[in-house]
Design a binder for this molecule. Sequence first.
Ligand SMILES: Cc1cc2nc3c(=O)[nH]c(=O)nc-3n(C[C@H](O)[C@H](O)[C@H](O)COP(=O)(O)OP(=O)(O)OC[C@H]3O[C@@H](n4cnc5c(N)ncnc54)[C@H](O)[C@@H]3O)c2cc1C
Length: 181
Amino acid sequence: MKILIVGDGPGGLSAALFLAKMGLEVDVFGKDETPMHKAMLYNYLGIPEMTGPEFQRVSREQVSKFGATLHDVKITEVQHNDGSFAVQTETGERHEGTHLILACGPKKQFAEALGLKAGEEGNIHVERNGQTEIKGLYAIGWTTRANKIQAIISAGDGATAALEILSEKVGKGVHDFDFMD
Ligand SMILES: Cc1cc2nc3c(=O)[nH]c(=O)nc-3n(C[C@H](O)[C@H](O)[C@H](O)COP(=O)(O)OP(=O)(O)OC[C@H]3O[C@@H](n4cnc5c(N)ncnc54)[C@H](O)[C@@H]3O)c2cc1C
């Protein structure tokens, strides 16, 4: 299994964290241009206050530490061929994966290019765990919730989609619990 994640805001990074921590190969694409860089966080449970840039810095470091690869590039095209996915970078590289997570914030062009439709309210429709109607394709965060745009919600969506992919891999529900010594 190789997971491609387009988008490096709280949603994409959270999905990458869970997947990489559980040993999957994960590639995240984005130039760290999330609107989080304008935010001052007081509403992220467990973090009394933190600037958005600091949240991004810590999150990117955490995700890298668990082995995900962060690619500092934009994606220009996504493809779905016979059950696998490919993304094309602005620098001309092509990456292939078994799964694709769209975590592009308000931008829906890739979802639409793959045949998904936004509803009247502007959201890409997904199932409870972020699955789209295309097997292996997930959409999370802002892309799917134009009326509930919060960092913690996108991060939760990312975690949920990751656990769904991990559960598919092992054939039963997966949780990621760590214990104190
Ligand atoms: C001024 C402001 C203040 C805010 N304050 C708060 C706050 O206090 N608390 C709070 O919870 N939320 C706040 N938010 C909202 C918060 O920023 C969003 O909820 C959060 O960023 C959504 O995360 P996401 O991962 O779903 O999408 P995003 O953070 O939008 O992440 C999407 C990422 O995908 C990348 N991307 C898009 N297209 C491509 C492409 N083609 N190739 C590669 N990468 C791509 C983008 O650059 C971006 O990095 C604020 C927003 C703004 C604008």
